[in-house]
Design a protein around this ligand. Structure first.
Ligand code: IFG
Length: 504
């Protein structure tokens, strides 16, 4: 039974109004406080490198604002008074891969989980139970107290993601790492990078170097574009992995391929390289499916990227292939599925791939129609990215200066007030891997643009992916979001202050 704490803090002690997002599954706070002090230690059990790293991550996020040292070390024997313990022992296996339990008393904090990922997500909850100023990078006044009580928490869906289109406009590794930091804070565990499209090829392929050199040389509007070296891509992947986030690379094909077709004449059916494209039309390009070189190209690209991708997924796009004959498209998808599988990865594709014969391990990403139902009938599982709810490039209102509106206007409430398991007839809870919010960047050029379109709608998607369906409603959420906003401000996030929310 989850009882929410009374909004008015107990008269004797200052506690922070409850503002954790995503909402934990079970919360029972008892009105007392646990103080962080300069003597507070972070203890881990077992003291293996992975848990010590999670302990350091917690300490790194508490030190700047408090100025306290927060030493991190192995838990041995009796716990010193006032310590924070992160432990895998005596944990509840029913919490699963990513669940955790938090027990806070006036004398100490015990964060336990059956697996390290659960400890990492529990650390995000600890951050959000402290005063918002804990997120400041400069020293702030305390007191730094946690509310006493217990939290048992675990995710509803395994897939809780964001997609960033780095093709229409390119964003360098530092921007991606900043985004990863924010995804971790909201317990999101997938970052899908849309690495190629008509306007830009964004990752070096050593066997086809002109894909990046030529295909990565521009972007929408004609700017300088850019691309990741394989070392930079590997660094992004490792940074995400250390935060329990799996990177999903996407090479969109057979459509959305003008950047590749501009880079190598031989990839074109007529043997003539296409001009680079800096506009925003879609559906005009296609690989030449009659030529064997196309499949060598696909094999080389998948092989090189898969080798740098420890995660199990490879996204092959497959959307808007209007310039590809349907029978050729289906044969192509089935052949590429075999190539992806040969490199040990599970194929993901936008919902159109449902026209092809899919392996049970293949995954479809629903975006704008119920074509995904075909795939579900074949036993494929679905990532829910409905353009009418989850497309972060949709304008909030007609007055929104950035973004598009072909799928409609998506205010903060529209992005939150829906459920993946009931949205589409014929697609139910057991067919759904989870949710993902794409940010297409035709009109997004800066980090400030990205943050303004993604926040706060992305936070609502994070809650849909994590929190129980029962008890999740806009009336409660929009008040909690308002109370949460000082945390976004403390992190310097340029978020949209929707008139629908009582911002603090
Ligand atoms: N649809 C295209 C994207 C992008 C988007 C902008 C998908 C799967 C419209 N494909 O969404 O490339 O242009 O909202």
């Amino acid at each position: 039974m989850s009882a929410y704490p009374a909004e008015t803090p107990s008269p004797t002690r200052a506690t922070v109004p409850f503002s954790v997002i995503p909402k934990p599954a079970e919360v029972n706070l008892s009105g007392g406080t646990f103080p962080l002090t300069e003597r507070t230690q972070v203890l881990v059990n077992p003291a293996d490198p992975e848990l010590l790293a999670i302990g350091q991550y917690l300490a790194d996020h508490l030190r700047p604002a408090t100025g306290y040292p927060f030493p991190v070390q192995a838990a041995t024997g009796a716990l010193p008074e006032g310590s924070i313990l992160l432990t895998l022992s005596d944990s509840d296996p029913s919490l699963g891969e990513e669940g955790y339990e938090l027990a806070i008393t006036p004398n100490g904090v015990r964060l336990s989980a059956p697996h390290p990922a659960g400890l990492f997500w529990g650390v995000q909850t600890i951050r959000q139970l402290l005063p918002p100023s804990i997120e400041s990078s400069a020293p702030q006044d305390g007191p730094w107290t946690l509310p006493t009580g217990s939290i048992r928490d675990w995710p509803r869906f395994a897939w809780r993601g964001m997609m960033l289109d780095v093709s229409r406009h390119f964003f360098g590794p530092q921007v991606i790492k900043h985004l990863i930091d924010l995804l971790a804070y909201y317990k999101m565990n997938r970052l899908h990078l849309h690495l190629s499209d008509d306007q830009g090829w964004r990752i070096m392929i050593h066997s086809w170097p002109d894909l990046a050199r030529i295909g990565g040389s521009t972007q929408v509007g004609g700017g300088p574009g850019g691309y990741y070296s394989q070392e930079e891509y590997a660094d992004i992947v490792a940074y995400a992995q250390n935060r329990y986030i799996t990177v999903v690379p996407e090479i969109d094909m057979p459509g959305h391929t003008n950047a590749a077709l501009a880079s190598y004449a031989e990839l074109n059916c007529d043997g003539v390289a296409r001009p680079l494209y800096t506009g925003t039309e879609v559906g005009f390009s296609s690989l030449c499916l009659d030529k064997e070189i196309t499949y060598r190209f696909v094999d080389d690209v998948v092989r090189e990227i898969a080798a740098r991708t420890p995660g199990p997924y490879f996204h092959i796009g497959g959307d808007e292939a209007m310039a590809t004959p349907q029978s050729d498209y289906i044969a192509f998808i089935e052949r590429v599925q075999g190539i992806v599988q040969s490199y040990g990865k599970q194929m993901i594709g936008w919902e159109e791939i449902g026209q092809a014969k899919l392996l049970p391990t293949s995954i479809v990403q629903l975006w704008h129609s119920a074509v995904a139902r075909e795939a579900v009938r074949q036993g494929a599982r679905v990532i829910m990215s409905p353009a009418t709810r989850a497309y972060l490039d949709m304008k909030y209102t007609p007055e929104t200066p950035l973004g598009l509106h072909w799928a409609g206007y998506i205010e903060v409430k529209d992005a939150y007030d829906w459920d993946p398991a009931t949205l589409v007839e014929g697609i139910g809870e057991s067919d759904i891997l989870g949710v993902e919010a794409p940010l297409w960047t035709e009109t997004i050029q800066t980090v400030a643009d990205m943050e303004w379109m993604a926040f706060p709608r992305l936070i609502g998607i994070a809650e849909i992916g994590w929190s129980p369906a029962v008890g999740r409603d806009w009336e409660e959420y929009h008040l909690r979001l308002g109370r949460h906003s000082p945390r976004l401000a403390a992190m310097g996030v340029n978020f949209y202050r929707s008139p629908q929310v009582p911002w603090e």
